[in-house]
Design a protein around this ligand. Structure first.
Ligand code: XIL
Length: 379
């Protein structure tokens, strides 16, 4: 009898011990993404240096907090196909690994963009612009190779990035100049053929502006007439404490839903730093202003009052997103910790910004707690 009791106790001890070990070794899902389960995915952009070294483990912020992973740069044309036909998938493969390890989704960013695309794509051997046919066939090959490689492993692709001007007209880019306005249609068709089950997105900044979102709506409707469904429009969300007005973001979300597409917030960050008067809103990566201490006031740390303003802004944004959660499939932060953020270098290089939810050590900030509090309060 005693022996039996001892055996049961030992067995239950070893099972608990085992389960305990398993728990510490797997994603315990106690982070941001877990709090928002059932609302929308919570993503992060993974920088190339992370993908070039040993992948973050299950306790690292990437795995702990997020369940959607976008390569900050690694899937862009200049990294995937820097030279004609010379593909490099080392970092992109790592992104897939990371998502598997962290039990998350992969988002492909991006197939067609006028930035971070090598000049050779648009030129012949003599450096002259190629014909429409040649560029279309390069586009097709690139999309089939990249999307085809990760078929079934990427939840969705930013098929076209930043094709619109702020007034909603089509941006003048080599893609449009050489192929014509229908380059967008072709890109979506190729992506659909290459992976019929991947979601397809149009992605842009400043979509809180009425004219620009009207342009996105026109695009979605025009593609629908060609039988191409845009699964979501990505509102990048490179914001500041001073803009945009929440009501503008809301109006744009409504416009997009009315147009028959869903919304993703794809590159969220909120700068707390002052900007030069002539800086544009949005995210034109070619903007580069001269550094001056006046634009970099928080090198030693963010004052509590400013920290609170950031928390308020994030809480307001996420409350809005929660109100439309049925149509918002994902909110991705553009980076993991404040130290990673591109906003430390854009639109002025070398500043100390605090635009994300985790501090430079990977610890939750006041804004993080506010965002988590919104869903905990609702449950
Ligand atoms: C940025 C990256 O964060 C930087 O590391 C890179 O130097 C430039 O591009 N819109 C986009 C993103 O769609 O791909 C950009 O990412 C930011 C603006």
């Amino acid at each position: 009898m005693l022996n039996r009791l001892m055996a049961t106790l030992l067995l239950s001890w070893s099972l608990t011990g085992c389960a305990g070990n398993t728990n510490t070794n797997t994603n315990t899902n106690s982070g941001l993404a877990d709090a928002y389960a059932g609302q929308f995915l919570i993503g992060t952009a993974v920088k190339s240096s992370t993908l070039m070294s040993a992948l973050p483990d299950n306790n690292a912020p990437e795995c702990r907090e997020f369940n959607a992973f976008t390569a900050e740069n690694a899937m862009k044309w200049q990294h995937v196909q820097p030279q004609p036909g010379a593909y490099s998938f080392v970092m992109a493969d790592q992104l897939i690994q990371l998502a598997q390890r962290c039990d998350g989704q992969v988002i492909g960013h991006t197939l067609v963009w006028h930035q971070q695309t090598p000049a050779w794509v648009f030129e012949d051997d003599a450096g002259q612009a190629v014909s429409r046919e040649v560029l279309l066939s390069r586009l097709r090959e690139h999309i089939f190779t990249l999307v085809g490689r990760y078929k079934g492993q990427v939840r969705g692709w930013d098929v076209v990035n930043e094709a619109l001007n702020d007034d909603g007209t089509l941006r003048d880019t080599p893609w449009r100049r050489i192929i014509g306005d229908d380059y967008i249609e072709y890109a979506f068709k190729y992506a659909r053929q290459a992976d019929p089950s991947a979601q397809l997105y149009y992605n842009d900044y400043n979509l809180y502006k009425a004219q620009k979102v009207a342009g996105a709506v026109r695009l979605v409707k025009q593609l629908a007439r060609q039988d191409i469904h845009v699964d979501a429009v990505g509102m990048q969300g490179h914001y500041s404490l001073d803009y945009p007005a929440l009501s503008d973001v809301e109006q744009s979300i409504i416009r997009l839903i009315e147009a028959g597409t869903n919304v993703a917030i794809t590159e969220l960050d909120v700068t707390v730093l002052p900007l030069p008067d002539n800086a544009h809103t949005g995210a034109d990566i070619t903007q580069n202003f001269t550094a001056h201490p006046v634009y970099d006031p928080y090198v030693e740390g963010l004052p509590p009052a400013r920290q609170q303003l950031l928390a308020d802004k994030y809480a307001a944004l996420f409350s809005l997103f929660l109100n439309y959660a049925e149509h918002i499939n994902r909110v991705t932060l553009w980076g993991t910790t404040d130290g990673d953020s591109w906003r430390n270098n854009w639109p002025i290089r070398g500043r100390t910004d605090y635009p994300l939810l985790l501090d430079r050590k990977g610890n939750p900030k006041a804004a993080y707690h506010g965002v988590v509090g919104l869903v905990n309060a609702a449950h």
